[in-house]
Design a binder for this molecule. Sequence first.
Ligand SMILES: Cc1cc2nc3c(=O)[nH]c(=O)nc-3n(C[C@H](O)[C@H](O)[C@H](O)COP(=O)(O)O)c2cc1C
Length: 180
Amino acid sequence: MDLMEAIKGRRSIRKYKPDPVPEDALQKIIEAVRWAPSWANTQCWEMIVVKDPKIKSELATALTKTNPALSSMADAPIVIVLCGKKGVSGFKKGEAATVKGDWLMFDTGIAMQTLCLTAYSLGLGTVVVGLFDHKKAEEILGVPQNSEVVAMTPLGYPTTEGSPPKRKEISEFVFYEKYR
Ligand SMILES: Cc1cc2nc3c(=O)[nH]c(=O)nc-3n(C[C@H](O)[C@H](O)[C@H](O)COP(=O)(O)O)c2cc1C
């Protein structure tokens, strides 16, 4: 698939078929994440692949009832939870190298987009889910203190194509030479 086609065509999918995700497709997605860029190649990301319907429904309880992605947590055959190891990305000899502190959110963000684009290229749907009780999700999954849950996504075959939400005009976010 052409890269621009993937970037523009990927949509957040919130309705899934129950059909299983082929193991080779899952492994391709994991392999793609492996090649994402990261701070000094620190690769702080960790993934939890959840297929067990019981754990998926427990995870769904961490989402608010109004989260539009709620039903997809049970409907999709897989939920992938993206975690980040703390104090690794953006650190040099245990000290934060920049005022930004931990770059965990940045690196896991790139990893998530890599995951979503690869899934799309394989005909699979995803939706980044960030609005939930992270502490609750960490308890359910047994995530240790030195890591944190950042975001998750259902993974499966979409029931319908999503329609693209409107984007800003380029002139609204691109400046040349200096800020505005
Ligand atoms: C960091 C992040 C958190 C998000 N959290 C949620 C969420 O909790 N629930 C949901 O339904 N969509 C969530 N989304 C999906 C966005 O609503 C969606 O990407 C945006 O509306 C643009 O639509 P598109 O992905 O189809 O281009 C999230 C997206 C990002 C990048």
